[in-house]
Design a protein around this ligand. Sequence first.
Ligand SMILES: [Ca+2]
Ligand SMILES: [Ca+2]
Ligand SMILES: [Ca+2]
Length: 254
Amino acid sequence: MKKYFAILMTTILCMICFVNCTPSESVSQAAVASTKEIEDAILEETRVALQAATQEALSIQRTQEFEIGQTQTAQALSVAQIQKNCTPGGTYVDEEGDTDIEHIDILKVETDLENETLTCVIYLEDIPSEITVNRTNIEKNVLEYSWAVYVDVDNNTATGVNWGFLGADYVMSIMKFAFGEEEKTGPIDILAQTDIWKFEDDSMAYYNKLDVSIDYDMNTITFVGDIPGITNDSILYFYALDYHETDTLCEYEK
Ligand SMILES: [Ca+2]
Ligand SMILES: [Ca+2]
Ligand SMILES: [Ca+2]
């Protein structure tokens, strides 16, 4: 009896299967599924290939930029060896790693003078997209960050500032003083002030706004500003500071 019941059930199941899932339908559904899988696989392969190609292109571009930078540095080195004084129009190279703080480690400065408009491109070891200001571990009312170009317009120590960079008449600078406000992070040129200052003896007066642009891929800060009376014989000093650490190039020796 059990045997007949089992045969009957098997027959019924086979009939249900025959009615609901004919072999042709089953094959065509499988074909659709596998076509979809193939399409998905091709799309995925294309996406992966595109991503790899983009990354490779970026990597090649970075390598090219690096090689260009190296060539420029080599050319600049020969220029720096010939010139003793830093004057507008020259390119000057500084030692790499003479400070451990990469965003103030000056590597090179390219300068250009058009009439009285001075352009300085300052190459640094690294410029982070954001810096932290008003750090809690430093005292109040100190200069926390600075990137600056001092200009002794008349190459005369008797005029201009009578301390520090003796004889400098103007400074183009990014400066951030910590006055005890809340600690915060952001881009350098948003958090710091960008100005040109005029020196007279022991005082420093605001002169004009400084045009600053930062290239985070090339790690450069470019200053453009009008300096009254500047000539190709004026003397330039370059300076970067993070709290108590500094890096300088063409520092004053008179
Ligand atoms: Ca340096
Ligand atoms: Ca002077
Ligand atoms: Ca230096």
